[in-house]
Design a protein around this ligand. Structure first.
Ligand code: MN
Length: 229
């Protein structure tokens, strides 16, 4: 079985289920581990959702709305990304994960979409819980991207509906990465490194759909890339 390291978070079960549903073996990685311990035996790295990355890590002072992640997560996850990229491990990053990935690789974030991006639509759907599983807005996918290749069965005119639970987003894309999806209001919804076998981050929560499989192709593609050749 292909072993996928998943960073610990409060809503871990849907990420675990998404990997189990495509035949992978999830291992939880938490910030008490050393990077060497965390990556031993891991064939792919999944970065999960959670609080905000400390703005000091990309050279800004915090906006009033910034809510920090659990202590230690920023440093642990950024070090994980750097080492995983050195080892050329496939990386699939979700929500906070795409923000961690972008900052780890030298990019920056919009700290608060509602107050900092004029004209942006709503992206923060939080309650009641069932709303997290319903579609919030569409994203427009770059047709030359890995994301487009993976999602081709579901794309209609290069667009697909997604859920949305975030108040931050990628601002300056990290060097070497490209934007592979945007919301109609211009908010960046996915980035990827075209030079990597599989290094993709999405701003929405595909893991919430493991029961119905709308984004199964993303997890299948990630697992396939993580399997030893
Ligand atoms: Mn969104």
């Amino acid at each position: 079985m292909t072993v996928i390291g998943i960073t610990a978070c409060r809503q871990l079960e849907d990420y675990r289920q998404s990997i189990l549903h495509v035949g992978g073996e999830p291992h939880t990685l938490d910030a008490s581990m050393t990077i060497e311990q965390a990556l031993t035996g891991i064939e792919g790295l999944m970065l999960t959702g959670g609080g905000d990355v400390a703005p000091s890590l990309y050279g800004e002072t915090p906006h009033a709305t910034v809510e920090a992640a659990e202590p230690g997560r920023d440093a642990f996850e950024i070090a994980l990304v750097k080492e995983a990229r050195m080892r050329k491990l496939p990386i699939f990053a979700i929500c906070r994960g795409v923000q961690v990935l972008n900052v780890a690789c030298g990019g920056t974030l919009v700290q608060d979409i509602p107050s900092q991006l004029k004209g942006a639509g709503p992206h923060s759907f939080t309650a009641p819980p069932n709303d997290s599983y319903s579609f919030a807005h569409e994203v427009w996918v770059d047709k030359d991207s890995l994301l487009s290749t993976l999602m081709k069965e579901r794309l209609v005119d290069e667009s697909v509906d997604v859920n949305s639970r975030h108040h931050q987003a990628v601002k300056d894309v990290a060097p070497g990465f490209v934007v592979s999806a945007t919301a109609p209001d211009g908010v960046i919804e996915a980035i990827e490194d075209p030079s990597a076998r599989f290094c993709l981050g999405v701003q929405w929560h595909p893991e919430n759909f493991f029961r119905t499989g709308e984004f199964r192709a993303l997890f299948e593609g990630f697992l396939g890339a993580s399997q030893k050749i």
